[in-house]
Structures are given as C-alpha cells and as structure tokens.
Design a protein around this ligand. Structure first.
Ligand code: ASP
Length: 349
C-alpha cells in the first residue's frame, strides 16, 4: 500500500544531511541520499517510494534567500502531477520563513507539502533525523493534507503558523497560536477539523516576490531617527514587532511622526506582537491606538515570518499599498485568526 504512493523529496541542505568538516557541520553532495540508502526503512516498502533531488549548492538555511523559495516552488510545480506529496528537506534556522513563504506562493494546493529537517544529522548514531524524515514521507504520501506543513519532533504544524522556538532541543518548532494539525505518537493522528480544504481554483505558483520589506523590533528607547532610517526607501512594507497587544511608545512624538511620514510615502506598517503567543488589539490601549493613528494596520496573531513573507507576496502581486493594507489583514492561507465580531449579548431567558 505505502509503496504504491510516490513522494518527491526536494533536498535544499540543512543539518539533516551534513557531515563534520574542519570548519564544523557542512552539507555535502550525495551524502544524505547515500545515508538514506543504507537505512532499510527507506527502501523496504514500509514507506511510500520516493525520488530525491538535491539542490545546488546545498545550503545551511541561514543562507537561504527568496530566490531559493522560488527554486523549491518550481521544483514542486514541475512534478505536481507525478507525485502524491512533497517533502522539503531544509535547515531548521529559517525553515519557518520558507514554510510561510511557500504557503503564500503555492496557491490552490491539493497535495501535502511537508518541510522537515533535524537538529542532529542522519549519519549520527543519536539523531532526530530518521523519525522526522520517515514520518514526513509517510505524511506526504499517505495523508492528503492540502497544505504547506512543517513536521518536527512528533508535531505536524501549519507552515505559516510555525516558529523555531529552540536552537538546541529536538522539540525545535511550535505554532503558538494554532494547535498542531497532527501529532505522531504510537499512531499518526490528524486533526482533520483544522486542515484547510483543498483549493478550488486549481494549483498555481506565484513566483513574483517583492523583497523591499523589513521587520523592525521595537524596544524601550527606540528613537524617531532610528525608525526614520529603517523606513527609508527602498522599503515598501514593514512588520513592526510591537509590545504586548501591538503597543508602541506613544509619548514620543518623533517616533510617531516617523511612522506617519513613512505611511504618507506609501510604506505599509503591519503591527504584530513581540509575544510568542496572542495577537494584536490596537484599540485596547492608548499606546496601541496611537500606532493605528500613525497608520499601522493590525497583523492580528501572525508570526513575524508569516507577516514578512505575506508582504513579499502581496507587493510581488503588484498590489497598491492600500490594497496590501487591506489584504494583509485578511486570512489568506490560515496564517491568522480573525477576531470574533462582538455583537449584543445573547438573551438568557
Ligand atoms: N544551521 C543549520 C541550518 O539551518 C541548522 C539546522 O539545520 O538545524 O541549515
């Protein structure tokens, strides 16, 4: 049964296939596939059959850039009809950015795209690579989840909700604002109620990305001058990593003026929270209302990775700043939770 399913593996690099060199861990051509061929489970019929294509050069994901997201998206598009699902092997450092970007770039997805990697390479005696890889191949081949997901250490996460939360532990990823789409224990259990339905418009790939975007982490003492410099051209959009529910130093007129000036030039200001969990409510405090008055729009509970790559995607689609402001607040791929409209209290009698 498993063998009759076909999975395409795009190997971009990362620790999972690295070997130790004099300079530390490095990816090496051919090394991962050779290691996989030596482990029986990968070829004895218990997992779907797979083909692996190695990217050139193999990268530590700290060096992954938007051009590599485009390469991954193209590799999937070219083989879309030939496989039941797709696994992207990727370093952990920027995997959440790639998962978020691919969620926007791959529209109308009808098959699983599972990103994974590991904290310890497959060639090591003690490793998390084998389970991450075996389970990802099973998920991609046997579970028709039409989403870009990230599988790591027993959790299947929506890609555009994922964040790297641990630089050392095996449980390196989480999606703090959305429970996992699935968990693997003695069984693989998918929470199908959370899985988005397949796209009705047919599958298409958006390759055009506008990378003149940034992320600005607010901190006590940030000045109008710093903000002005950061928001200077060519920047077109910024994710403001603000305090708590989206607040900023509203008693600093020059800070607010710097935001205003950028907005007047057409820079889109997306207010997100520095907190790992929870979202933005710009009306709750005067310090949040001031951010809205300066022109910031709510990023709701988006991760910075999702908000940034959404700006890459929306500006890349040629939208005007006003359209981007509107679309960035909408749920396009399950990347944000919209606030529940508060109506009148229901009658109790
Ligand atoms: N630096 C590595 C990378 O992101 C770390 C990893 O793969 O876990 O490629």
């Amino acid at each position: 049964m498993a063998e009759s399913k076909r999975v395409f593996i795009a190997y971009t690099g990362g620790t999972i296939g690295m070997r130790l060199s004099d300079q530390g861990w490095v990816p090496e051509e051919g090394f991962l596939e050779a290691a996989m061929r030596r482990v029986p489970v990968f070829s004895d019929g218990r997992v779907p059959s797979w083909d692996l294509v190695e990217f050139h050069p193999l990268l530590d994901s700290a060096s992954i850039a938007p051009r590599d997201w485009i390469k991954i998206a193209r590799a999937i598009r070219e083989r879309y009809d030939d496989y039941d699902g797709f696994v992207v092997l990727h370093g952990t450092d920027t995997m959440a950015y790639t998962a978020s970007a691919l969620a926007f770039m791959l529209e109308g997805l009808g098959k699983p795209v599972i990103l994974t990697g590991s904290q310890i390479p497959l060639c090591e005696a003690r490793n998390d690579a084998q389970d991450n890889l075996v389970t990802s191949i099973l998920l991609a081949g046997l579970y028709p989840i039409p989403e870009v997901c990230l599988y790591f250490h027993s959790k299947l996460l929506r890609g555009c909700r994922s964040v790297k939360v641990d630089s050392e532990g095996f449980a390196a990823f989480d999606s703090p604002n959305l429970p996992p789409l699935g968990v693997s224990g003695t069984e693989i259990e998918i929470d199908w109620r959370r899985v988005r339905p397949p796209g009705s418009s047919g599958f298409s790939v958006h390759e055009s990305l506008d990378t003149a975007q940034g992320v600005l982490w607010l901190f006590p003492g940030i000045t109008g001058e710093i903000v002005r410099n950061f928001l200077a051209p060519p920047l077109r959009g910024v994710v403001l990593q603000a305090f708590g529910v989206g607040n900023g130093p509203a008693n600093d007129a020059d800070f607010l003026a710097a935001l205003h000036e950028a907005r007047d030039r057409g820079v889109v200001l997306v207010d997100c929270t520095q907190c790992l969990r929870g979202g933005v409510h710009l009306g709750d405090y005067a310090t949040g209302s001031a951010m809205a008055e300066a022109g910031a729009v709510s990023g709701h509970d988006m991760t910075p990775e999702a908000a940034l790559t959404k700006l890459f995607f929306l500006f890349g689609q040629g939208h005007t700043p006003a359209e981007v402001e509107e679309l960035v607040q909408r749920d396009l791929r399950g990347e944000l939770t919209l606030p529940v409209a508060s109506g009148p209290e229901p009658a109790t009698d």
